[in-house]
Design a protein around this ligand. Structure first.
Ligand SMILES: C[S@@+](CC[C@H](N)C(=O)[O-])C[C@H]1O[C@@H](n2cnc3c(N)ncnc32)[C@H](O)[C@@H]1O
Length: 381
């Protein structure tokens, strides 16, 4: 049976509404799937409405060839599927959806998110897509220079040497990967689950004259759980910059990294986190700000400094640094509310995603519950 798949057909957007039409396939069954979304009542009122229309091949399904299902989603991202469409064989439908049919797995949704957001991110941030070193930002360095300063800090912490080999997990459009290779003299593989990102990264890498030292590969959505392409004890460093937050199974990723690093080598990372702050102390109080971020920016759940430390230790590492990069202050990074990078005024294609993302993230930053953490961990000899 051919694998399930979803093909985009058309996307339509207005300032308040968007509609995406997709064709889904699983085995010899096909659907046309319209996904409508709207935001109303501001951040807390985020709701999505799905309308499903699916068509099976003639004769496949008893009772006719066409059926409708309408379902309002009560909660954001985490419960996006399985939906409960109106179907004669509901168990079968649920199985199909759960296997990665119409809505796909969480990982597939993240991949699709970057099809939409990737070009806008590139336009707004250039090749560096992660927060920078706070001191550098405070000193007035550009977002790109501050991002490089943080990457340099991580390379020094990892003690990566010329001639070494490293993996940058979740390499986006490649700026940080290429930069780390250039300052360390090590060889890098940058890994993503989105081929558009990898292709942009390859082009950038070639422009920088670094193609002999850096490769960009696109992995399957769930390959991060094993990193089976890399032999045991083979790498001198693994890095991640704001990518692990997208993984629903972070613990498996950290175990896989432990396996592929050489004894004595380091995992270094920077990631989006949540925390208790000010008047927002309980899970529910924090979630009111973080859930919209998770839904809009395709993040299955934010960890904390402590939850990352625990997962990394449980994988076998000795954690050397697990710190909040914005202790006691709101985390605005290089995107202060005055919109210095132009997110609010972005009017390129699919701008709703960017405006929604900025609005929910700004709200979480202003509430203080969003932050960024830094991690350095060593695999024991
Ligand atoms: C915000 S971008 C980070 C970009 C880059 N590290 C930077 O800072 O410029 C997130 C990255 O995580 C990757 N990613 C998310 N989920 C993934 C998965 N399941 N497997 C591999 N890569 C994944 C995306 O493809 C993307 O490259």
């Amino acid at each position: 049976m051919p694998a399930a798949g979803v093909t985009p057909i058309k996307s339509v957007r207005s300032p308040r509404w968007s509609a995406r039409i997709r064709r889904g396939r699983s085995g010899d069954e096909q659907w046309v799937f319209a996904y409508l979304s709207t935001s109303f009542a501001g951040i807390e009122g985020f709701r999505r409405t799905f309308i499903l229309l699916w068509l099976t091949r003639a004769g496949r399904r008893p009772g006719g060839d066409t059926a409708w299902g309408i379902r309002r989603q009560a909660r954001p991202f985490g419960r996006m599927w399985p939906l409960e469409p109106v179907w004669h064989d509901r168990a079968r439908c649920r199985e199909t959806l759960g296997r990665g049919g119409l809505m796909g797995t969480v990982e597939a949704q993240v991949r699709t998110y970057y099809d939409t957001a990737g070009p806008a991110y590139s336009q707004l941030m250039g090749p560096f897509w992660h927060h920078g070193d706070l001191e550098s930002e405070t000193a007035g360095l550009s977002p790109a220079e501050a991002a490089k300063a943080l990457a340099l800090k991580q390379i020094k912490a990892a003690d990566l040497q010329p001639g070494g080999t490293a993996l940058d997990f979740g390499s986006g459009v490649g700026g940080t990967t290429v930069y780390m290779a250039s300052i360390s003299g090590a060889s890098f593989v940058g890994l993503s689950n989105n081929e558009w990102l990898s292709e942009q990264a390859r082009q950038y890498c070639a422009e920088q004259g670094m193609s002999s030292q850096v490769s960009f590969l696109t992995a399957g959505d769930e390959d991060y759980k094993t990193l089976v392409a890399w032999p045991t004890d083979s790498l001198d460093m693994v890095s991640f910059f704001e990518s692990v937050c997208h993984l629903p199974d972070k613990a498996s990723f950290f175990r896989a990294v432990f396996r592929i690093l050489k004894p004595g080598a380091r995992l270094v990372g920077v990631d989006w986190l949540q925390r208790a702050f000010g008047e927002y102390q309980t899970d529910e109080q924090i979630a009111q700000w973080m859930r919209p971020v998770e839904e809009v920016i395709s993040i299955p759940g934010h960890g904390t400094v402590d939850s990352y430390r625990e997962m990394i230790e449980a994988a076998g590492f000795v954690v050397e640094i697990a710190e909040d990069l914005y202790p006691g202050v709101e985390c605005w990074g290089s995107t202060p509310p005055d919109d210095g990078q132009g997110w609010g005024s972005y009017d390129g294609e699919l701008s709703t995603v960017i405006h929604d993302g900025k609005r929910v993230l700004d709200a979480a930053r202003a509430a203080g519950v969003f932050t960024v953490g830094r991690f350095v961990a060593r695999k024991p000899e």
